[in-house]
Design a protein around this ligand. Sequence first.
Ligand SMILES: [Zn+2]
Length: 298
Amino acid sequence: MGAPGSGKGTQAQRLVTQFGIPQISTGDILRKHRKEGTELGKRADAIMAKGLLVDDATMLDIIRDRVAQPDAQDGFILDGFPRTQPQAEGLAALMTELGTPIDSVVLFDVGTPELVRRISGRRTCSLCDKVFNVYSAPPASPATDCVAGSSEHQLFQRKDDEEATVTERLRVYEENTRPVLSYYSNNGLLRTVTAEGSLEEITKRVLAAIQEGTAVVGQAAPAKPARAAAARKRPAKRRPAAKKKPARAKVVRRKATKPARKKSRPAAARKRVVRTLRKVARKVARVVRRVRRKSKRR
Ligand SMILES: [Zn+2]
């Protein structure tokens, strides 16, 4: 997860190359289904013809269809989904049903001034549709990768990428994403990565965050039932999150970096405990099998 301009697409591409797992962008697969006129594509077309957004159930069916394909059997990176809490809950249910629960949710943390700079530096070529960045990825001149017969890209700035629009886009993004981030923070999946610096550095941080995620699951097991019990004693207070509006960038960072201090709701805590215990049980079973195999060999 990350704001527009946070570089998550670029990092996802690097992981795709490194691990040979696909990046699943819901926007792209939706377009593909519509273009190929599949049943799901037609369903989406009918919804969009009414001027509506494709509903969560259809999006989840599209994801179900995609992750069932052979190239996704060793894992996948989901990009651009979920964007709302109901989508996050639907996704969790789907992944549990498929037996591949989500390992980690990585949040790309980039300061607002840097995001504005990155996005407002974007330029699109009106001939070949390629996207460049005047700061970080300027086009070569003369261009060898534009349309036939053109030796220079014809760059323009999309209205979406103008500085005034960017600030508003980022505000809307944060407002929409905040509930999803607290959802993942509450169930212990959220890992925050500082996404400023070189591409290599950020990739290292992403990998470390994912590994830390799997390690923490094992270590945290004994502590979790205690926390769940404490949460049960207290009546579940709903935080007045919607009323208070402190500085937005700070909210995200605070939630992301200190998930442990958040009061978790009992249901979420209980679910987490069950999930952790199941994982521990599976681990123990694996170790037992390994030990038995070894002693047989002796
Ligand atoms: Zn071009």
